[in-house]
Design a protein around this ligand. Structure first.
Ligand SMILES: Cc1cc2nc3c(=O)[nH]c(=O)nc-3n(C[C@H](O)[C@H](O)[C@H](O)COP(=O)(O)O)c2cc1C
Length: 310
């Protein structure tokens, strides 16, 4: 019998988590995550905003095994109502997995984040991921005052909640300064590392400001952030660039308590997840796609994003 892992006040049956991604954007796919044997899921990020319908869909370009993906905020971020409904549906299905909502807001005002965190907390969330990815364009990282303000913001946010908050870092954050600021303001858990914004040349046809790189070249960066977080005494849910079981082991050997993955399973299917735990592939009921919303696109209405290389 495997020993349960305690992290941020929650229990996980094993250290492997499905990262906030297309893998966790519908209740059907979260059920596949359960059948695949994940110890937990971080749901697709939700924010309080109104979808105007002016966004654009996902586009993907593969260069070898690595890929670049592009989509608008509207395509990627669930509205608060969608996120809360997803959380409720997943909890009602009673997966037994640890379920972590992920939230975002477009300021560093604690009040803006508290509102949506409290709504998840009222539904029973004990641990909430804070997704800072889209703050990249609206704040100035790295100026002298930034890390003091970040600490104040997080301290205010955490003191207004019973749920534990877990910031998710991205490449905009200086690793050492950020991890020290988190530890100093009483944050105990951190999630890393989000994808890296890299504009491809125009001929690839992706939007410059929203294109991200996904692939194994990210792993050394993830390791660098992991080392700083461990040194600062934080508990880490680490991922970004994991492409085989040895990569997952490397993160655990370097002090991660949990490992999160998106691309490996997006590419190889839900059944592949147990491979990252040294287990044999799982049996998944139904023929679920990992990347697109099979219920919504189900054969018809394909987004033609290019992920399945058609
Ligand atoms: C299409 C797509 C959508 C994603 N959406 C989110 C999101 O809503 N919130 C979030 O925190 N991370 C999001 N991510 C980032 C993943 O959680 C993860 O950090 C990233 O893919 C790196 O891990 P990987 O190398 O295992 O893919 C997304 C990734 C992809 C590919």
């Amino acid at each position: 019998m495997e020993e349960k892992i305690r992290f941020g006040g929650m229990e996980f049956a094993n250290p492997l988590l499905a990262a906030s991604s297309p893998l966790t954007e519908t209740a059907g796919k979260v059920r596949c995550c359960q059948e695949a044997g994940f110890g937990g899921v971080i749901l697709k990020t939700a924010a309080e905003y109104k979808r105007t319908g002016e966004g654009y869909g996902r586009k993907v370009v593969f260069l070898g095994e690595d890929y670049y993906a592009d989509a608008s905020y509207e395509r990627e971020i669930l509205t608060a109502e969608e996120g809360l409904a997803l959380y409720e549906a997943v909890k009602a299905a009673g997966s037994g997995m640890a379920v972590i909502p992920s939230v975002s807001a477009n300021s560093m005002e604690a009040e803006d984040w508290l509102r949506i965190c409290r709504r998840f907390e009222m539904l029973g969330a004990g641990l909430i991921q804070l997704d800072f990815f889209y703050l990249g364009s609206s704040i100035r990282f790295g100026n002298g005052d930034f890390y003091r303000r970040l600490g104040e913001f997080l301290a205010r946010l955490q003191s207004g909640l019973n749920a534990v908050v877990m910031p998710k870092l991205n490449f905009n954050f200086a690793p050492r300064e950020t991890c020290m600021a988190l530890a100093d303001c009483g944050i105990g858990q951190v999630s890393l590392l989000d994808s890296i914004r890299v504009p491809l040349p125009e001929r690839f046809g992706l939007h410059r400001d929203t294109t991200s790189y996904f692939g194994r070249k990210q792993l050394p960066l993830t390791l660098a952030y992991l080392r700083c977080a461990v040194e600062a005494g934080l508990e880490v849910c680490a991922g970004g660039g994991v492409s085989c079981v040895q990569d997952a082991d490397l993160l655990l050997e370097n002090g991660a308590k949990l490992v999160q993955t998106a691309s490996f399973v997006l590419k190889n299917g839900f059944r592949s997840a147990p491979v990252l735990l040294h287990r044999t592939p799982a049996v998944i009921s139904g023929n679920w796609r990992t990347w697109c919303e099979a219920e919504r696109y189900g054969g018809k209405g394909c987004e033609f994003c290019g992920f399945c290389r058609k």
